[in-house]
Design a protein around this ligand. Structure first.
Ligand SMILES: O=C(O)Cc1cc(O)ccc1O
Ligand SMILES: [Fe+2]
Length: 432
């Protein structure tokens, strides 16, 4: 059920402005001698001050207290949350797949329910990413999470999340995604057992891909990204601030809510995006195109065209290509591929890849359609066909992924995965 009380402002990359109380936002300057209503001005930057204009991200907040008013941080154990390549374990060069992991029975909130599956890079070097699952059945009420290691891209698979951020609230259901900036406090409320995927991006912030010859429209359009409007919690109840800082969690007491921003303006903002607005492009002649045509957001690295992370979706779409093997081809890629399934079936793996499941095809690890998909696609009548009721996604990275101890030994690994290709026979005939 969507919340009719939430308002949004639209446009990826826009300079937004919002005030919950009239007159709270300074006009024509950022830091007046005295901010209206006795508020404090605070800047949050997402890029270096001197980053080029096209990259530069920052937001000014006008708040009841600056975020420096906080108690001392103490270590907070979270044994399943891992960071960077150093936290991975020896990962075989096999295709790997995981069954869906159940939401725990015991009370678990979003932060407690983070389970890191794969890691690469190093947040100190501001490069690489982690893929986590979140498994939650309890809302965060008096705690807030700040991730200083990276921005977080949430891909809900089960349950609608209500995310309160310093800049306001977002409601995000399966089929939608949320992008939460590095360093911005948020808390997550759930409407029941909730499961989803997280890309924690230590590298350059996600942005829309260039469109090249596609032109000025298409794929994810900027106007469909929704940012919140200013909202602040009224009561001064105590809070716990949980900070992720170079891989460790730390907890500090706060006398009142960090969600005390009355007005703000800027372009470093949380977003939600509904994947049903993705304008999907595909082959209308022949051949299966590279999946880069499905890129929603990209985090570039310092090598052009070679992403720190691409977020790619496989949404409902028509297949019309003639004389074409329509599912993905067999391949070995230099880029590493982590996949999840939000809903339905994925055409290359119609049975074994389940909603809530995951797969990993690392750098140079061969993979492709399972034998069932190969047989069906090799003999299917090539009439136009709608792939419907489906949403898979991929976090694709130039950096090899390392699985965590939880991923390899936590019980969800599909030990029989490789057998899905065992029935691919040698059909070669010398005389055709
Ligand atoms: O391996 C996968 O399923 C992802 C993928 C999809 C596709 O259409 C082409 C290449 C690719 O890696
Ligand atoms: Fe692939």
């Amino acid at each position: 059920m969507s919340n009719p009380n939430l308002n949004y402002q639209s446009g990826f990359g826009n300079q937004f402005a919002s005030e919950a109380v009239e007159g709270a936002l300074p006009i024509g300057r950022n830091s007046p001698q005295r901010v209206a209503h006795g508020l404090y001005a605070e800047l949050l930057s997402g890029t270096a001050f001197t980053a080029p204009r096209a990259e530069n991200l920052r937001t000014w907040m006008y708040r009841r207290q600056p975020s420096v008013v906080i108690g001392a941080y103490q270590p907070l154990p979270q044994p399943y949350l891992k960071t960077g390549a150093k936290d991975g374990v020896a990962t075989p060069p096999d295709p790997l797949r995981w069954h869906p992991v159940d939401v725990p029975e015991q009370e678990t909130d979003f932060v407690q329910g983070l389970r890191t599956v794969v890691v690469n890079g190093d947040p100190d070097a501001q490069t690489g990413m982690a893929a986590h699952l979140y498994l939650a059945n309890r809302s965060m009420t008096d705690s807030a999470f700040v991730n200083a290691d990276g921005e977080m891209l949430l891909v809900p698979q089960q349950g609608t999340l209500t995310i309160t951020t310093e800049l306001g609230m977002l409601e995000v259901a399966p089929g939608e995604i949320a992008l939460l900036p590095r360093g911005m406090a948020f808390k997550v409320a759930v409407d029941g057992p909730s499961r989803g995927y997280v890309c924690e991006n230590y590298g350059a912030h996600f942005r829309l891909p260039e469109l090249g010859p596609i032109g000025s429209n298409g794929l994810a359009n900027a106007r469909d990204f929704l940012a919140p409007v200013a909202a602040h919690e009224k009561e001064g109840t105590p809070y716990r601030l949980i900070k992720k800082y170079n891989g460790a969690l730390w907890s500090a007491p706060a006398k009142s809510s960090p969600f005390n921003v009355v007005a703000w303006h800027g372009n470093l903002v949380p977003f939600k995006y509904d994947t049903k607005h993705f304008m999907t492009i595909g082959s209308i002649s022949f051949d299966h195109p590279d999946p880069s045509i499905f890129t929603v957001l990209t985090s570039p690295s310092d090598t052009a065209g070679t992403a720190n992370c691409d977020f790619v979706i496989f949404p409902p779409r028509w297949m019309v290509a003639e004389d074409t093997f329509r599912p993905p081809w067999y391949h070995r890629n230099v880029m590493s591929e982590f996949m999840g399934l939000v809903q339905g079936q994925y055409d290359a793996k119609p049975e074994g890849f389940k909603p809530g499941g995951m797969s990993l095809h690392n750098c140079m690890v061969p993979h492709g359609p399972d034998a069932e998909a190969f047989d069906a696609a090799s003999s299917a009548a090539l009439a136009p066909r709608k792939l419907d009721d489906t949403l898979a996604f991929m976090f694709e990275s130039r950096w090899r992924f390392h699985a965590t101890e939880f991923a390899l030994n936590g019980g969800a690994l599909d030990s029989g995965y490789a057998s899905c290709w065992a029935n691919l026979k040698d059909n070669f005939k010398e005389q055709a």
